[in-house]
Structure formats: structure tokens, C-alpha cells
Design a protein around this ligand. Structure first.
Ligand code: TXE
Length: 480
């Protein structure tokens, strides 16, 4: 059993309670390590350490902080194999995906914000001969960052990097389901030259550690990614305390396929947008809406491709999909498939747990699942499943496609497939979503605003939006 520790005030230490929680490998279903079962006492120590470290970290200036963060990025990159192995083991995702996406992106997040802060401008507003205003953006002290299990280090660094670059110190909580790479990173902080207390990582359960960060009066801002229900709970606690909140929540993303699209390119990408990371990405398309005239052709071709996907050992380069993240999550996804059947769905492929052999016999694998025959209002097309499950629905007109796309409480991402440029603009404007991809998916420029509308969240991450979130704007008006 590996023992993971909290990082508080530059020291790796167990929880004050002395209690532990097991960490499981999804591919084997077996516990391989333990994390501190921390509580509000550990969070309080972390907040005090962060408050103490703040003046010096801020005084280091943009360039000084940038150097430390760039060194940390370099150290992660130098240990790429170790991070990739850990991410795959902890989350169940294919090793190849962690190597191609998760860890390189974590490194890119650190580099992006370490350099973005150097170019972060302040605005000035001149009032003819009367006065000049300038905007002074200062860090507020301690930022709380709470991240989920689907893209563990990728989303963890996406939050802590802009917080640190802006001059704040951080109290962060990785998901208790996937704590391994955040721990691996914490062991590199000292070598990167990160002063004690600047980055604190407290492991443990959401309702204990996450709730303690959310309600701590010394943490004036919370950046959270996770489920919509948890986001609502965080908002309930944080709003009356007037905390700044950035909430990146769930999705039920539509993929709109028009008959004039590049069919091959659409098909290839739609398989990816449906099942990458076992469908456990908030940006995955889970409702595929297809123009009636190509519906039959799409269904046959899509189901053929999905059947050919290989689900297996995350360590094998042959595997397209690995295991889903936890037993509880597997049960949740299987329950949704059961509900779909109850609602009258035809399951065109998948629909079941896959039992492996040998060391993986207790692993949490689900066959990629395609569902047809359900209307827009049923639970299957309304609730976030967050697994390898998609539905397909036909539409007749552009207007109907837009209405179907917008017919959920969510509004995170969406995809449009068409070769008609005017239609792509028209439909993109009409979609209730924070992110629209046209003829592509998951193409990410870290400068762009990232986030959702409706129940998909509040606020935008990415680029200057993130740096603005992690600072307070003060207008200074000087009479000329
Ligand atoms: O996420 P949680 P869960 C969706 C997906 C999934 C559902 C539930 O549909 O099935 O959410 O997943 C911490 N105060 N997404 O329950 O609980 C928790 O410890 C403060 C979408 O695993 O939201 C973890 O660190 N924090 C999604 C983080 O919140 C609390 C990614 C996220 O976990 C807390 C993941 C509390 N009271 C799930 N309770 C996306 N948008 O990408 C828990 N946490």
C-alpha cells in the first residue's frame, strides 16, 4: 500500500485525525494506497500557512512567481512516465490517453499561466482633461481550488496555476477518488523553489475537506469543477459569505449532425467525442442529433465503429477505453442504462458491464453504449450520465435541431457538423452553450473563455478570465 500525504506549509504530513482512506485502481478494483482522511483542522492549518506565505509570494512579483511555476512544469515533464503511469492507474484511463492529453496538458497549464501573468495588462481610462483611471488588479490572499476525478492533474493545475500566477496562495483539494498525481506533484514543489505555504494540498472527502475550504472565512474565493449538485451546495454556503465563485459543472452536450457535413471526418470525431476517457469528460457529446436524411446511414456506420472499439487493460496500447473511475460511478452509469431501457430505449450496442479475466477480473469496465428511440424529455436525455453512453435522435429541420439541442437544463459545450458557413454561424449563435465547436471537438486554445450557461456553471476559466477571477479590480482615479 502506498501512503500519500498532505502538503501543508511545505511539509508532507498525515491528517491531524490520523485516519486514512483507501484509494482504488479502477482496472483491478483493488486498493493500492491510502490518503489522509483530513478534516477542518487540516484545512485550518493549510489556510493559516497560506495566509502567512502570501505577502512574500506576492512580493516575488510576476517574474519571480513565473520562474517557480516554470520550474515545476519542467520537473513534471522530466517525470512524464511516472505521472502518466500514476494517472492511468488511479483513474482507469488508457495510459496512451494520459500520455497524449492529461500530463502534457497539466504541464501546459502551468506554462501557460506562468507566462500569461507577465502579459496580463491593466486597463486605463482617460477622461479628456479631467482625470485618468487605471485598474489595479491585486490578488486577494488565499484561493480555494476543488477539482474532480475525470482529468485529475489536468483540472487541478488548470485551477492552481492561474491562482498562483496571480500572486495568491492556494489551499487545494484533489478528488479523493484520484489523488495520486496531485501528491506526486506536491513532492516536487520544494525542488521547484515553491516557498512553504504557497501551495497546500489537503486530501480527503468532499463533505469534510471540500466543505471546510468552502466555509472557511480565510478563503475569499472558490474555484470548483465537479457535479452540479455539489456546485449548488458550494454556492449555498459561499454566497452569503460573499465569496467569489467560479463553478464549472456538468453537461449534457449536443452534437448536431447536418446532412451536408464531411461524413467521414464527422464519424471519426463523433466516436472520440462520445467515448474518450470512457465518456467522462464534461465536454463529451452525449446527445447526437442527426438530420433525418442521413440518420440511417449514420446509425449503421456509427454503431459499427463503436462495436469495434476495444475496451481493456489501460496499460495496453491496444485499448481504446479503460475502466470507469469507481465502483459507485459504474453502478450509476449502469443504473442510467437500466432507466433508458425502462423508458423504452433500444440499446444498439453495449449496455452492460464487461467482465475481464485474470488480474482485471474485478475491474470496473462498461461497454460503449449507443441508445436510440427516446424523446428529448426523458431522463436519459435530460440527466448527465458521464459515462460511455450516448443517445441518437433524428431531426427534420435546423429549427428543430436547435430546439432539441437546447432542451436540457445544461449548457456547457456543443458541436455542429456542417459545410454551410452561414448555418454554422446561425446555429452557433442560437445554441445555449458556453462553448461551440464547428467541425471539430476538444480543440483547445487556453486563451479562450471556458465555462457554461444554465446549470453548467457560473463564470469562465481560461486565459485572462482566469487571471481576472483570481484578482480583485480596484479603480484608481487621479485628477489631472
Ligand atoms: O463529483 P463531485 P462526483 C458529474 C458527473 C458525476 C457527478 C457526481 O455527472 O457523475 O458529477 O460526481 C468535492 N463541498 N461530474 O460525486 O462530488 C469532491 O471531493 C465541497 C462532472 O464524483 O462534485 C471532489 O473533489 N467539495 C464533472 C469534487 O468536489 C465537495 C467532473 C468533485 O466531486 C463537496 C466530475 C462539498 N460538499 C463529476 N462534495 C465535470 N464538470 O467535469 C464533494 N466535493
Amino acid at each position: 500500500m502506498e501512503t500519500l500525504l498532505n502538503l501543508i506549509d511545505g511539509e508532507l504530513r498525515p491528517a491531524v485525525s490520523g485516519a486514512w482512506l483507501d484509494v482504488y485502481a479502477p482496472a483491478t478494483g483493488k486498493a493500492f494506497g491510502r490518503i489522509p482522511d483530513s478534516d477542518e483542522r487540516d484545512v485550518d492549518l493549510a489556510v493559516k500557512a497560506a495566509q502567512q506565505a502570501f505577502p512574500a509570494w506576492n512580493a516575488l512579483g510576476r517574474e519571480g512567481r513565473s520562474k517557480v511555476m516554470l520550474r515545476l512544469a519542467e520537473l513534471i515533464e522530466a517525470d512524464m512516465d511516472g505521472f502518466v503511469e500514476d494517472e492511468s492507474r488511479d483513474n482507469g484511463k488508457p495510459l496512451s490517453l494520459a500520455r497524449r492529453v492529461d500530463i502534457p496538458r497539466a504541464v501546459a497549464n502551468l506554462r501557460f499561466f506562468a507566462t500569461a501573468i507577465i502579459h496580463f495588462p491593466s486597463e486605463a481610462h482617460l477622461m479628456d482633461d479631467v482625470a485618468v483611471n487605471y485598474t489595479d488588479r491585486q490578488p486577494f490572499g488565499v484561493a480555494g481550488c476543488i477539482s474532480p476525478w475525470n482529468l485529475p492533474l489536468y483540472l487541478f493545475t488548470w485551477k492552481i496555476a492561474p491562482a498562483l500566477a496571480s500572486g495568491n496562495c492556494v489551499v487545494a483539494k484533489p478528488s479523493e477518488v484520484t489523488p495520486l498525481t496531485a501528491y506526486r506533484m506536491s513532492a516536487l514543489c520544494q525542488a521547484a523553489g515553491m516557498p512553504p505555504g504557497v501551495l497546500n494540498i489537503v486530501h480527503g472527502l468532499g463533505p469534510k475537506v471540500g466543505a471546510a475550504i468552502t466555509s472557511h472565512p480565510g478563503v475569499p474565493a472558490i474555484s470548483f469543477t465537479g457535479g452540479t449538485r455539489t456546485g449548488a451546495e458550494i454556492a449555498r454556503v459561499a454566497a452569503p459569505m460573499f465569496k467569489k465563485l467560479s463553478l464549472e459543472l456538468g453537461g449534457k452536450n449536443p452534437v448536431l449532425v447536418f446532412a451536408d457535413c464531411d461524413f467521414e471526418e464527422m464519424l471519426r470525431t463523433t466516436v472520440r467525442s462520445s467515448f474518450t476517457n470512457q465518456g467522462q469528460i464534461c465536454l463529451c457529446g452525449s446527445r447526437i442529433l442527426v438530420e433525418r436524411s442521413i440518420f440511417e446511414r449514420f446509425r449503421t456506420a456509427f454503431v459499427d465503429r463503436v462495436k469495434a472499439l476495444r475496451v481493456g487493460d489501460p496499460r495496453s496500447p491496444e485499448s481504446d477505453l479503460g475502466a470507469v473511475v469507481s465502483e459507485a460511478h459504474m453502478q450509476k452509469v449502469l443504473e442510467h442504462i437500466r432507466i433508458a431501457r425502462e423508458e423504452g430505449a433500444q440499446v444498439l450496442c453495449g449496455g452492460n458491464r464487461i467482465m475481464m479475466e485474470g488480474p482485471l477480473k474485478d475491474g470496473w469496465f462498461i461497454a460503449p453504449t449507443v441508445i436510440e428511440g427516446l424523446g428529448p424529455q426523458c431522463r436519459t436525455n435530460q440527466e448527465e450520465i458521464f459515462g460511455p453512453v450516448v443517445t441518437i435522435q433524428p431531426f427534420e429541420t435546423e429549427t428543430e435541431a436547435i430546439a432539441l439541442a437546447n432542451a436540457t437544463p445544461y449548457g456547457l459545450a456543443s458541436v455542429i457538423w456542417t459545410r454551410d458557413v452561414q448555418r454554422s454561424h446561425r446555429v452557433a449563435r442560437a445554441l445555449q452553450a458556453g462553448i461551440v465547436w464547428v467541425n471539430c471537438w476538444m480543440v483547445r486554445d487556453l486563451r479562450t473563455p471556458f465555462g457554461g450557461v444554465k446549470q453548467s456553471g457560473v463564470g469562465r476559466e481560461g486565459g485572462m478570465d482566469a487571471l481576472r477571477f483570481f484578482t480583485e479590480a480596484k479603480n484608481v482615479c487621479i485628477k489631472l
